[in-house]
Design a protein around this ligand. Structure first.
Ligand SMILES: *[C@@H]1O[C@H](CO)[C@@H](O)[C@H](O)[C@H]1NC(C)=O
Ligand SMILES: *[C@@H]1O[C@H](CO)[C@@H](O)[C@H](O)[C@H]1NC(C)=O
Length: 245
């Protein structure tokens, strides 16, 4: 983004001038999370130029209770084995994953870094909340309406999610070649798309083409469309009645 680019320029300039860059963090103020599934809070932090021996990344709630700590015994009971730091904490990456999302995981949460041999800092000015959703948005499904016998068909199915570590899985009712695409949006949102390609034949006529999406944690949804395959033969616009089901 423009903001990020400016920030990078500033950081670069400060480095050239050898002025220590300061305590800063880049984290969205809110991330959507699907109940029972997982969420990844994208996060990167900065600290003044200093010699650092060890990096300890911690996430806490507003009551300063720890929801992530590398030492599990320091964490609130209900977050143990559910939270995880992704990425490299010594390379400014403070991204946090929370699994098996529960109603009271909304936060707000903030990050704290303890730099061994230097200093510690809590980024209290930038907190993140998780806005819980009970059900995922409807699937965006598209397929060619008019299919001609023998011609390639492509259908696509896409959904939004916020857990790139475990993206939703797609299952199609028809065999074919499948392609998966992941697109990063803003505020921890992702768009996952599955594209199915196959060559149609007359047995596909009036068949349901179904796309089923299963989210990490087990929630699933599906959508379908009836295939209409046009006959290429004898100038007919469609198959004779006895071939329709
Ligand atoms: C942080 O780490 C995660 C997981 O490895 C990665 O997907 C993400 O791109 C990293 N973020 C940055 C800003 O490098
Ligand atoms: C029609 O397509 C289906 C699904 O791809 C395939 O199983 C079947 O063998 C095909 N039938 C013919 C006559 O090509």
């Amino acid at each position: 983004s423009e903001k990020k680019r400016k920030y990078m320029h500033l950081t670069c300039l400060l480095n050239i001038l050898n002025i220590p860059s300061s305590w800063a963090i880049d984290v969205p103020s809110s991330v959507k999370g699907l109940l029972g599934s997982c969420v990844v809070i994208p996060c990167s932090y900065n600290y003044p130029n200093a010699k650092v021996q060890t990096f300890t990344g911690i996430w806490t709630n507003d009551g300063n209770q720890v929801i992530y700590h590398p030492t599990e015994s320091k964490m609130l009971e209900q977050y143990r084995r559910r939270t995880k730091l992704l990425g490299d904490i010594s390379k400014s990456n403070c991204s946090l994953m929370i699994e098996n999302l529960q109603q009271n995981d909304g936060g707000p949460f903030h990050f704290r870094i303890e730099l061994g041999g230097y200093n510690s800092f809590s980024y209290l000015n930038k907190k993140v909340s998780i806005s819980m959703i009970r059900e995922p948005n409807a699937i965006d499904f598209s397929a060619h309406e008019d299919i001609k016998e023998g011609q390639p068909v492509s259908a696509s199915c896409s959904v939004f999610h916020s857990c790139p570590t475990y993206p939703p899985a797609f299952h199609w009712s028809h065999s074919g070649e499948q392609h998966f695409q992941a697109q990063k949006l803003h505020d921890g949102q992702w768009k996952a798309t599955s594209i199915l390609m196959f060559r149609s034949n007359r047995t596909d006529h009036n068949k349901l083409l179904q796309c089923r999406v299963t989210y990490h944690g087990g929630k699933h949804q599906e959508t379908s469309k009836t295939l209409k395959v046009k006959c290429k033969c004898h100038g007919q616009t469609n198959f004779p009645k006895n071939l329709e089901r």
